[in-house]
Write a protein that binds this ligand. Structure first.
Ligand SMILES: Cc1ncc(COP(=O)(O)O)c(C=O)c1O
Length: 403
């Protein structure tokens, strides 16, 4: 039987060896090879918004699988056009470029912003301002844009023209923006960087700085998009409108797809031949995402995410009053992080491991934050069950790991 020894033997070691080998998923539950069940508050890292094996997504995928799988972008397909239309009609955007992942969506955003600035102002206007602790993907350009130097280490030389500023620091922002600024790239909540929400004033200042110097505002909603924060996209709650938005993760709810959404004034610079992706707009991925969008982009679905969020956050806070593990609990919707007190710094991975022993899947966001990104279809009963498991995890943590 295939097992984790084979994983360790045959796969590159960049992920380490995962502790569990899963074989099946249904709704908010996963089952491992030994037939143990886990309640999923990780959602494949904020991907499985509709849980595992959602019947309507299975139907969308298999129906399309019987029609046509792949055409390339030399030919058009119906689901890609329909998904682009649905995304345009649901957002600020006028146009959509499809790709296969968050990093690729961000690559497309960087290229689109650079090309638009180049056409309008020449190649001096190429600087992309980004933020410390940001995460935008693992390609060379996106680790350069990201604000975590460890992801760049040993992969140099890096592309030029990226500059990092402290997140939520208005003065540093205003001092850095210039006529050379081509784009400002930001996450509405830094997901990997510790579940840190953007300060509303800072977001507004970014928008006005972009307007002042004719730069594009790129909002990376790879983690926050598709209902995760209780809005289809997180920017909607801010009153700030992007020029470019990137989506992936929950866009395909587990089927790989990414998208770069933009205004007409950006899109018009992506003239034929400027960018492309063999699989981008693949009919299988777009058929699944079209169905996912139709389920998620619905007021009662999004209302439910907001009320589940209130329940989860308030109960987690109550649990924390009893255990005193977290200095703060932050986030929006069903993207929530518990920031460990100084005394337990670096121990967030222990909380995840103890969770496994209790049949619960959670995430970290750096060494000090326990992150929760459950499927958005989680029920109140499942939330209560998860909190009971967390209660046991926190008791064991304070009794064993922490001492
Ligand atoms: C905000 C953000 N952008 C981009 C990415 C990269 O996405 P992908 O792993 O699909 O390339 C991630 C992944 O965690 C992310 O959280």
């Amino acid at each position: 039987m295939t097992d984790l020894t084979d994983y360790a033997h045959y796969l590159t070691p960049n992920y380490g060896v995962p502790p569990i080998l899963m074989t099946e998923g249904q709704g908010c539950r996963l089952t491992d090879q030994a037939n143990r069940q886990y309640l999923d508050l990780a959602g494949g890292i904020a991907v499985s918004a509709l849980g595992h094996c959602h019947p309507e997504l299975i139907n969308a995928l298999t129906t399309q699988a019987h029609k046509v799988w792949h055409l390339s972008n030399t030919l058009a397909n119906e689901p890609a056009i329909q998904l682009a239309e649905a995304l345009v009609k649901s957002t600020f955007a006028d146009r959509v470029f499809f790709c296969n992942s968050g990093a690729e969506a961000n690559e497309a955003a960087i290229k689109a912003a650079r090309r638009a600035a180049y056409d309008q102002a020449g190649d001096e206007k190429h600087e992309i301002l980004c933020f410390e602790n940001a995460f935008h993907g693992r390609t060379i350009a996106t680790v350069t844009a990201g604000g975590q130097p460890k992801y760049r280490q040993g992969f140099g030389p890096m592309p030029e023209g990226f500059r990092h500023l402290p997140y939520n620091d208005c003065n540093a922002l205003l001092a850095a923006v210039s006529e050379k600024t081509c784009a400002i790239m930001v996450e509405p909540i830094q997901g990997e960087g510790g579940v840190r929400p953007i300060c509303p004033t800072f977001f507004e200042k970014i928008r006005s700085a972009c307007d002042r110097v004719g730069a594009a505002l790129i909002v990376d909603e790879v983690q926050t998009g598709m209902g995760r924060t209780g809005h289809l996209f997180a920017y909607e709650a801010s009153g700030v409108t992007p020029d470019i938005l990137t989506s992936a993760k929950s866009l395909g709810c587990g089927f790989p797809i990414g998208a770069m959404l933009c205004t007409e004034s950006i899109a018009k610079h992506l003239v034929p031949g400027t960018h492309g992706s063999t699989y981008g707009g693949n009919p299988l991925g777009t058929a699944v995402a079209l169905k996912a969008l139709s389920i998620i982009n619905n007021e009662s679905f999004l209302d439910n995410v907001r009320s589940l969020s209130e329940r989860f956050i308030s109960e987690l806070k109550r649990l924390n009053d009893a255990h005193g593990l977290f200095e703060t609990i932050r986030g929006r919707g069903l993207l929530v992080g518990g920031v460990l007190r100084e005394r337990w710094a670096g121990k967030a991975p222990d909380l995840v491991s103890l969770g496994h022993e209790e049949g619960l899947l959670t995430l970290v966001a750096g060494p000090n934050v326990q992150r929760f990104a459950p499927p958005l279809i989680i029920t109140e009963t499942e939330i209560d069950e998860a909190l009971e498991k967390l209660d046991r995890v926190y008791t064991r943590f304070t009794q064993t790991v922490a001492t």
